[in-house]
Design a protein around this ligand. Sequence first.
Ligand code: NAI
Length: 248
Amino acid sequence: MGVLDGKVSFVTGGSRGIGRAICLALAEAGSDIALNYSTSREAAEEVAALIHKMGRKALIYQANVSNPDEDDTMVAQIVKDFGLVHIVVNNAGITRDKSFVKMDRPMWHEVLNVNLTGPAMIIHRLIKPMMEHGWGRIINITSIVGQMGNFGQANYAAAKGGLIALTKTLAREFAKKGVTVNAVAPGFIETDMTAEVPPASLDIVKQMTPMGRLGKPEEVAATVAFLASPQASFITGEIIGVNGGMYM
Ligand code: NAI
């Protein structure tokens, strides 16, 4: 028996990195999983196969979360396949880094669309039945960069900072309906996203991190699983850092 037995979780960007670890942690806790991916079908199928082995249902859905038509089709199909979605994890995210003076409009809009507008619109599509049911969990994956800012990431910091503000506002709006809204703010975690960061910059990150290392996707996923659990029932509007002490 898991604490999330009978629950359905929808995770965006679930085929790799932090999203993959979140899918596995929620399934481990007993949840069935609707897994969104954007490009790598094979990787998504692999995660679904691991979840099946745990005895849980897992289905995969291809969609670009910043495309309203694709979101509509995906959410309609998920509701058809699973019925009510109890837990939404907005994990999908991208970076398009450049110093602000060199950042062009497409770079700005792409990051805002995927990292902020996408999550907001996904919540908008799923929240009504959740509120009618009287129980739900929304967990947004923001970033330490949304809390501290970071050179070369004005678009990403604005999107992730916006996601924090969205989390707090929706926490207030949905609290009386039994739906909690929280965010997890990872520091630097070992995934494809940080694989793009030059090693010298990662050394500086490690020096700035009291624990002296990068985090692991599973450490972020464990926090998400806790926030999704019944044990986190009185926590809403929180931004939980998983950053080895880099920001406190
Ligand atoms: P990643 O690049 O390994 O994975 C991102 C996932 O999002 C991929 O599965 C990708 O296909 C998916 N995705 C990207 N754009 C999409 C779109 N338009 N529609 C649907 N899916 C899309 O990165 P990682 O590290 O696993 O990141 C996951 C989340 O954690 C992101 O929101 C990221 O901003 C956040 N984060 C990551 C940190 C890190 O150090 N790795 C630090 C702080 C936050």
